[in-house]
Design a protein around this ligand. Structure first.
Ligand SMILES: C[S@@+](CC[C@H](N)C(=O)[O-])C[C@H]1O[C@@H](n2cnc3c(N)ncnc32)[C@H](O)[C@@H]1O
Length: 274
């Protein structure tokens, strides 16, 4: 008779198993797990172990080592993707008041750890509103290491709770309320969606020149997951894609102090490449 595993019993990770995952996650994503984050690994990976009918983390680790797709699944599980529309709104104010009025040619913007895309769509809304009347074209690249969140960004369908931070005029102009089965959801309209392109980019590795050069880069709320050496590398790789005179935004709890002197601060968390 086949044994049925009890879904209520948790699968505990041992200290040595945890260290192996911690090391692999650091090497593949740059994310530095604190030494007491056993629970985080258990809560994010246990369901996957059950789905694969695996009852210990050592066997799952072996599977990851020989199966690249499973490694990606693991990466998707361990990244933290918290985000919201109009997060840290002062950045978008700055964009509208100080940057967009001076734009004279096609604008290229990169949302470099875009999670489910709401940062990129927020940028698209404010930029479209400012530049469309001037018939000024723009494009936005949204990238992340996690391919699940990138897929959601491409679909651009969100739970209605995400709408609460979107000002009414943007909701009216760029969002479509779901009906029927989609009643609790809303979608970004096609006019905005077509401004975006998507790519999987691991920011801890040198970034292909094919990614292009940008006038503005948002790298918000991702440096916090990295140690100082990784932060330096990531900022260096990303800034190679910022044009001279371009703007660089980081998250409100992040700083470039001791990380980079390639850019100068124009206000807290906003920098310019000189
Ligand atoms: C907390 S979210 C931030 C989303 C958005 N920038 C914001 O501020 O709302 C961090 C994102 O960084 C991504 N990330 C983590 N490590 C990464 C890496 N090495 N390369 C690219 N993206 C990474 C995660 O998948 C996650 O979606």
């Amino acid at each position: 008779m086949q044994s049925v595993k009890n879904p209520i019993l948790s699968i505990k990770i041992t200290d040595s198993e945890f260290l192996k995952f911690k090391d692999l996650i650091y090497k593949t994503t740059g994310i530095e797990l604190k030494s007491n984050k056993h629970n985080l690994i258990e809560s994010r990976l246990m369901k996957r172990l059950r789905d694969r009918n695996i009852d210990n983390y050592s066997d799952y680790f072996q599977l990851i080592l020989k199966d690249e797709k499973e490694l990606q699944v693991m990466i998707n599980q361990v990244t933290t993707n918290e985000t919201s529309f109009f997060r840290e709104n002062k950045h978008f104010d700055y964009l509208v008041r100080k940057i967009l009025p001076d734009i004279k040619e096609r604008l290229k913007i990169w949302s470099a750890a875009s999670s489910i895309g709401v940062e990129a769509y927020t940028i698209a809304m404010v930029v479209d509103e400012a530049l469309s009347p001037r018939h000024m074209p723009f494009e936005i690249l949204a990238s992340d290491i996690n391919i699940d969140v990138l897929q959601q960004a491409k679909e651009a369908i969100y739970d209605i709770r995400f709408a609460k931070n979107i000002p009414m005029n943007y909701l009216k102009n760029y969002c479509l309320k779901g009906v029927g089965d989609m009643e609790n959801k809303f979608a970004i309209n096609d006019k905005l969606k077509q401004r975006l392109s998507f790519a999987q980019i691991n920011l801890t590795k040198p970034i292909s020149p094919d990614a292009g050069m940008f006038d503005i880069i948002f790298l918000r709320n991702v440096l916090i997951y990295f140690d100082i050496e990784t932060k330096k590398d990531v900022v260096k790789y990303v800034l190679q894609h910022l044009k001279v005179g371009g703007y660089f935004f980081i998250g409100h709890s992040e700083t470039l102090f001791n990380i980079s002197d390639e850019v100068v601060q124009v206000m807290p968390t906003v920098y310019k490449k000189v």
